[in-house]
Design a protein around this ligand. Structure first.
Ligand SMILES: [Zn+2]
Ligand SMILES: [Zn+2]
Ligand SMILES: [Zn+2]
Ligand SMILES: [Zn+2]
Length: 383
């Protein structure tokens, strides 16, 4: 009796310390946060969730940035791909010449999530001259997100947003030597970008910067923009609430960059970086809610390697522990166009048949989906 009491008390106090600050973020959403020792925090359904239901709506990025290699084709502010027919409207930052806008309005925008600060401008100027440190596109992207987070920390009228960002997982305790080496290359790049004439611009202590960098690495989402009818990976964003969902290679939820785009939005290529989290099947109360961090059309070994290198864990999801999983068609749940990167279809809950068909988040095509009952037995742990 005594033991039981002690056990309950310790479970409750760890629940409090791990979930208390996060729970209010999800007020009004059909979810709750749980904690288990050894497993960490995870999201669960607070009630039955129907297939295709919206779980989180209008997730606006905390910060967002365009890939360096896409900068001349994608607007820094609205993240839409420039149309050839309106390229004459494209504006560029005259100081660093590294940030482009679709219009005067987007250039004049002071939206905090995409704000081109003086710090960022002076750092990006260094890219006009050859750098000593080798960098790739991802490194520059992460450096931009870092600067925007530092800017948000210092300027955001709502300090709880940065505080929430700092609550996200960073997996630093699982870093191996190789991972630390990668982080050090990033740090060297930042020092290099700081430039001689800008000494002190980056007056942040190394620990603080590394802390933020590791959280970015573990939590950014790729953002797509439409170039004509093709979706192109054009940048990354950090969404505070979406990052609390764990990974599964057979997820019951997905993030859509927009609820079903209207024809007008498709015409304007304006799918935007506002995310919606939706269920892809019926979910029972108490079931864990998961998203996928990796492309799902890869064999188990490749997915697991990808997750281990980038998120430092060995995936134990229902698909990864099914020895026959690679022989089972995940395609049945995905966009019928093999060349489309749309991945899992969103059940159409307005089809009057409870999501019998699904639509693609990227190309908008549709197909019949396996039923929730069929789905439940698709993958099975191997004894
Ligand atoms: Zn724009
Ligand atoms: Zn600039
Ligand atoms: Zn898995
Ligand atoms: Zn598609």
């Amino acid at each position: 009796m005594m033991n039981e009491f002690l056990q309950n008390e310790s479970t409750n106090s760890s629940l409090d310390s791990h979930c208390e600050e996060i729970l209010p973020l999800f007020e009004g959403a059909p979810v709750t946060v749980k904690y288990a020792p050894g497993q960490g925090r995870y999201m669960v359904a607070a009630r039955h969730i129907s297939s295709g239901e919206i779980i989180l709506e209008n997730e606006v990025p905390f910060v967002a940035a365009v890939m360096f290699s896409s900068r001349k084709n994608v607007c820094n502010t609205c993240q839409t791909h420039f149309k050839e027919s309106s390229r004459h409207n494209v504006k560029c930052c005259s100081t660093c010449q590294q940030v482009y806008y679709c219009s005067y309005e987007c250039k004049a925008s002071h939206r905090l999530d995409t704000y081109h600060s003086a710090l960022e401008c002076s750092v990006l100027q260094q890219l006009n001259s050859p750098l000593r440190v080798q960098y790739d596109d991802d490194d520059i992207l992460i450096a931009k997100l870092l600067i925007r987070i530092i800017c948000a920390r210092d300027r955001d009228p709502d300090p709880t947003r940065f505080a929430t960002f700092m609550l996200l997982s960073d997996h630093v305790l699982d870093y191996d030597e190789k991972k630390w080496e990668e982080m050090n290359i990033l740090w060297e790049l930042l020092r290099e970008l700081e430039g001689e004439e800008h000494q002190g611009v980056f007056s942040e202590p190394k620990d603080e910067v590394m802390g933020i960098l590791s959280k970015i690495r573990s939590n950014f989402f790729g953002v797509w923009s439409m170039s004509g009818k093709q979706a192109v990976w054009s940048g990354a964003s950090i969404y505070l609430r979406c990052s609390f969902f764990n990974h599964s290679c057979f997820p019951n939820c997905l993030v859509a960059q927009e609820s079903k785009p209207t024809q007008q939005q498709l015409d304007r290529n304006n799918v935007g970086a506002i995310f919606t989290v939706r269920s892809v099947c019926d979910i029972e109360e108490g079931e864990e809610l998961c998203l996928s961090y990796v492309p799902l059309d890869q064999p188990t070994q490749r997915r697991r390697a990808h997750l281990a290198t980038n998120w430092m864990f060995t995936c134990q999801c229902v698909r990864c522990v099914d020895a026959d999983a690679d022989a089972k068609p995940i395609n049945a749940f995905c966009c019928p166009d093999r060349k489309c990167a749309g991945g899992l279809l969103v059940p159409d809950c307005e089809d009057g048949e409870g999501g019998k068909t699904g639509w693609c988040r990227i190309c908008n095509s549709s197909a019949t989906l396996p039923t929730s009952d069929e789905r439940r037995v698709w993958f099975k742990p191997t004894e």
